[in-house]
Design a protein. Structure first.
Length: 193
């Protein structure tokens, strides 16, 4: 079998790099899937944790704070149970768009699992600045989501944790934001009762 100048074999047909180049989009797609949620296209837990480590290191070096928001949908199980998982998936996609549209472009929005989302905000100079982001996100959830042309009210509980005030490392910062979110969720449940 003849050999091309690049050392690749060919059988009489012209040989191009298309075989090699065709593999690159596949590798890119695999890398994207490894770091992004397939349903929403947002960064997944793995990518979020890598990004969180980077942001914390930058915050340590710069001396500027960062904020971590945990966003969890209220009564999402009821949506799946009464309207089906297909509608639940549409809700999760709409929530991803809602969160992304409500925060700054520099903020990292991720879907960790199920109906749990995070927002990582760099260079937050004060608790008040972080609370403004939370308030903007709360306002975004006051409007019903558009699910297949029909309005569907969806509420979210949002927990906030600040680095370095609330934690000195990624794991503790995540635990703090998660605990703050659950306190909000619990107070809403008590208000309903």
């Amino acid at each position: 079998m003849p050999t091309s100048p690049t050392g690749l074999h060919y059988d009489g047909f012209s040989l191009s790099n298309s075989t090699r180049n065709d593999e690159e989009p596949s590798r890119d797609a695999m890398a994207h899937l490894a770091h992004h949620d397939a349903l929403t296209g947002l960064p997944n837990r793995r990518m979020f944790e890598q990004r969180l480590a980077q942001v914390l290191e930058l915050s340590r070096r710069s001396g500027r704070s960062c904020a971590l928001l945990f966003v969890d949908l209220d009564d999402f199980k009821a949506i799946n149970d009464t309207r089906g998982h297909a509608v639940g998936d549409l809700v999760l996609q709409a929530v991803a768009r809602t969160i992304t549209g409500a925060v700054r472009q520099v903020d990292t929005v991720a879907r960790l699992a199920g109906d749990e989302f995070t927002v990582l905000c760099e260079n937050v100079d004060s608790e008040q600045a972080a609370l403004q982001i939370v308030t903007k996100l709360q306002h975004a959830f006051m409007l019903p989501l558009d699910i297949e042309g029909r309005p569907l009210p969806v509420r979210a509980s949002i927990g906030l944790s600040l680095f370095p005030r609330d934690a000195q490392d990624a794991r503790t910062l995540m635990t703090s934001a998660d605990a703050a979110m659950y306190r909000i969720k619990q107070s809403r449940r008590q208000d309903k009762a």
